[in-house]
Design a protein around this ligand. Structure first.
Ligand code: PGA
Length: 261
């Protein structure tokens, strides 16, 4: 089962996961990270940049793959995930931009962009640690309900709910692209460690379905139950619908320190 860690705040989640990533990079300087966008992982990136600065962690050889990208935004659009990843992760942490890839959402070549991305991940030796958020629809990456659990990187149509959730980043809701290119659920499951984060009451149902519900394409996050090494980090509000919360707290409180996350 997934390990579920219920933390008092996003800052605490950022510390826990940021430390785990800093330790991974220290052990393996050319580690391959799977990077998520959205509001959820920001505390992780903030803590990771603090650790890099404070402890002089060498991140110059780290490689990274973003989960997803919008299709059809003009190059350099501030809300393209390429720009978001540069602004929120690469620049503050100090990663080498040439080693961080984002799926190509340009219309030209879009037919083969998914296959090319899969090949690049394979050539890098696969993803060591994949950071994930979860949408209110239950999506991981942009794999909306109905996505095949075996899917690879490909173009998908966003749900209206996800477009509405992401409208806050654009001047108007109509500007949110209709299509995206996203790592598939199969791609995500090939990463060696999944770290799924969620905060706030709006995510409680999606978290419960992902962790405790039946494994189903209707709840794409539930695919994490098929993976042997998953860490779910949630605040109290996002944990509110978990029926096994007392056990998760007990297991975490008694976890042998040497195990890490
Ligand atoms: P959020 O998005 O982090 O902005 O809430 C998560 C997601 O949609 O996967």
């Amino acid at each position: 089962m997934a390990e579920v860690i219920i933390v008092p705040s996003e800052q605490e989640a950022g510390r826990l996961v940021g430390d785990a990533i800093a330790d991974l990079i220290t052990d393996r300087p050319d580690a391959v990270l799977g990077l998520a966008t959205g509001s959820t992982p920001l505390a992780v990136y903030r803590h990771l940049s603090d650790r890099v600065r404070r402890d002089g962690v060498d991140v110059s050889r780290v490689r990274g793959f973003a989960l997803d990208e919008y299709v059809g935004l003009p190059a350099g659009h501030p809300e393209s995930y390429r720009r978001v990843i540069e602004r929120e992760v690469v620049e503050p942490v100090g990663f080498d931009p040439a080693r961080i890839q984002v799926p190509h959402g340009d219309l030209e070549g879009i037919e083969t962009a998914g296959e090319r991305y899969e090949a690049a991940i394979r050539e890098a030796g696969g993803i060591d640690l994949q950071i994930l958020g979860i949408g209110r629809t239950g999506h991981i990456g942009f794999n909306e309900p109905g996505s095949s659990l075996a899917s690879s990187t490909r173009v998908k149509t966003l749900t209206e709910e996800t477009r509405a959730d992401n409208a806050r980043f654009f001047d108007s809701p109509e500007e949110v692209p209709m299509h995206c290119i996203t790592q598939g659920i199969g791609t995500i499951l090939r990463a060696r460690h999944l770290v799924l984060l969620a905060f706030g009451a709006a995510k409680a149902e999606a978290v419960a379905a992902a962790v405790e519900g039946p494994v189903s394409t209707s709840a794409p996050g539930s695919a994490v139950q098929l993976h042997p090494h998953v860490t779910v980090v949630v605040d109290e509000a996002a944990a509110a619908s978990l029926s096994q919360a007392p056990y998760y707290r007990h297991a975490w409180a008694n976890k042998p320190a040497w195990q890490g996350i």
